[in-house]
Design a protein around this ligand. Structure first.
Ligand SMILES: *Cc1c(COP(=O)(O)O)cnc(C)c1O
Length: 468
């Protein structure tokens, strides 16, 4: 029965009393008085709520101090933390998209620790440009005349539209007016850039004549947008880059492709078909191609722009560039990632995103068996670990329909539903993210690295420990 307000006040110890409990002294050593006060207040508030709702929490000083210690740990932990991804979604936007290759991490650290030639031309001993560090590399890899990098692909699209079409019209197919998660919508970006959107065709079919008929004196650009996170199937027609370029050239207009994920390697032979590479868009004549650094490229968050020297020259002089410019740490990680692409085999072997996407079923099978063996050896028998098969998703707005066959471990803890197990694993250090399918909690081996195994083991052990 919920007690009266006065009853409850009597049962809960006073904050000032708790703060001078000798039991609390060890915690006071590792926290400021302020932090300790906040933690005690939070715990007493929670206990009060529990009493009000009619439950009977343990109010012994020992338990209260234990709760305060937990609360302090949570309050003192950094907010942005490492997470183990067992979800099977490779480019998981909420989990930070692409983990970086070792080479990128090294470059990042070196740049972070000291000064660098970020905007300093070492040969001439004078002021230089931050963009030069990746421009030659990007041109060599894609066949473009020029390149420019900014904060992310949304910024790349905004800069390009603003630079090429401010106050004029841009023609886009209705089937390509995409919204990417996190409120990036083509019509909205278009408005921001000062360009006017001219929609052509229908949701499922757009023809060359639709573009031709929409061209006016006001037209500045033809835009093709990669439909990253959905697919139009059935009775469809889409105008390919080469044909758009031809229509544009006849009218003296440039064509831009927002390639979204921006793949540099054709992944068809790994069972991942259907994505035109950046090189192919350029070969087809696109004047400008923009894409993300942290999707299929497997690098840091960045927006890459490649294409015509004259157009990119204009964008380099655009006012907006200063506000969208890439940070030096990102630039270091991006250059190191791009350098890996000079040798395709090296890129596939050492860029985590590509490695996870192209991992063979045999390899996943081996990893699953190895992981099961070690988990079973290290965890108490209270837990059930079963091999399972299923599919993983590339994620990150790439290949929306593609499901990659994978291997999974089904985890069951007696007395815990799949949902409760999921919650418990999100509260461990580091948190482990899995997925639930048909009421089963699953860990996908595609996104778990061997290095993650000790963390998965500790997390599961922590969950078991908390079980009565
Ligand atoms: C992901 C995506 C964007 C946004 O890229 P960010 O790097 O996340 O800013 C823009 N256009 C398309 C087609 C995309 O797939």
């Amino acid at each position: 029965m919920p007690g009266s307000a006065a009853d409850i006040r009597r049962q809960i110890p006073k904050m000032d009393k708790v703060l001078v409990w000798p039991l609390l002294a060890p915690l006071a050593a590792s926290a400021t008085h302020h932090e300790l006060r906040d933690a005690v207040r939070e715990v007493l508030d929670q206990l009060r709520c529990q009493l009000v709702s009619g439950s009977t929490p343990d109010l012994s000083p020992h338990h209260i101090v234990h709760l305060v210690a937990d609360q302090l740990r949570r309050a003192q932990a950094p907010s942005l933390r490492r997470v183990i991804n067992g979800s099977g979604i490779v480019i998981h936007t909420n989990l930070g998209r692409s983990p970086l290759a070792l080479a990128a991490e090294t470059a990042f650290k070196e740049t972070a620790w000291g000064y660098s030639n970020l905007e300093f031309d070492l040969e001439r001993g004078e002021r230089g440009e931050r963009y030069v560090h990746v421009e030659r590399l990007l041109c060599a890899l894609t066949g473009a005349e020029a390149a420019l990098v900014v904060n992310n692909n949304a910024a790349a699209v905004l800069l390009a539209l603003s630079g090429l079409a401010n106050g004029r019209e841009v023609i886009v197919s209705r089937g390509e007016l995409v919204e990417i998660g996190g409120s990036f919508r083509i019509p909205d970006v278009m408005r921001q850039s000062g360009a006017t959107l001219v929609e052509v065709g229908t949701t499922n079919r757009t023809h060359p004549r639709d573009y031709r008929n929409a061209i006016t004196e006001q037209t500045a650009l033809l835009l093709k947008v990669h439909t990253s996170n959905f697919a139009v199937v059935g009775f469809t027609a889409e105008v390919q880059t080469a044909e758009m370029v031809q229509i544009g050239r006849q009218a003296g207009l440039p064509t831009m492709v927002d390639a979204g994920s921006g793949c540099l390697i054709d992944l068809t032979r790994f069972g991942i078909p259907g994505e035109a590479t950046v090189q192919e868009h350029l070969k087809a004549g696109a004047d400008l191609v923009t894409f993300s650094g942290d999707k299929l490229l497997g690098g840091p968050q960045a927006g890459l722009i490649v294409g015509s020297g004259a157009i990119i020259g204009r964008l380099k002089r655009h006012q907006l560039l200063r506000a969208l410019r890439i940070d030096k740490l990102t630039l270091a990680a991006l250059e190191a990632t791009l350098r890996l692409y000079r040798d395709e085999r090296q890129a596939l072997a050492s860029i985590p995103t590509l490695r996870m996407l192209t991992c063979s079923l045999e390899e996943l099978d081996t990893r699953m068996r190895r992981m099961l063996r070690r988990l079973r050896r290290q965890l108490p028998p209270g837990i059930s670990l079963k091999p399972a098969s299923g599919t993983s998703s590339p994620g990150g707005g790439s290949f929306p329909l593609l499901q990659l066959p994978t291997r999974l471990i089904e985890v069951t803890v007696p007395g815990l539903s799949a949902n409760r197990l999921e919650e418990a694993l999100l509260a461990t250090t580091p948190p482990v993210v899995g997925r639930i399918q048909h009421d089963r909690f699953l860990l996908d081996l595609r996104t778990l690295a061997d290095d993650d195994l000790p963390f998965v083991t500790t997390a599961l052990a922590q969950v078991l420990e908390q079980q009565p």
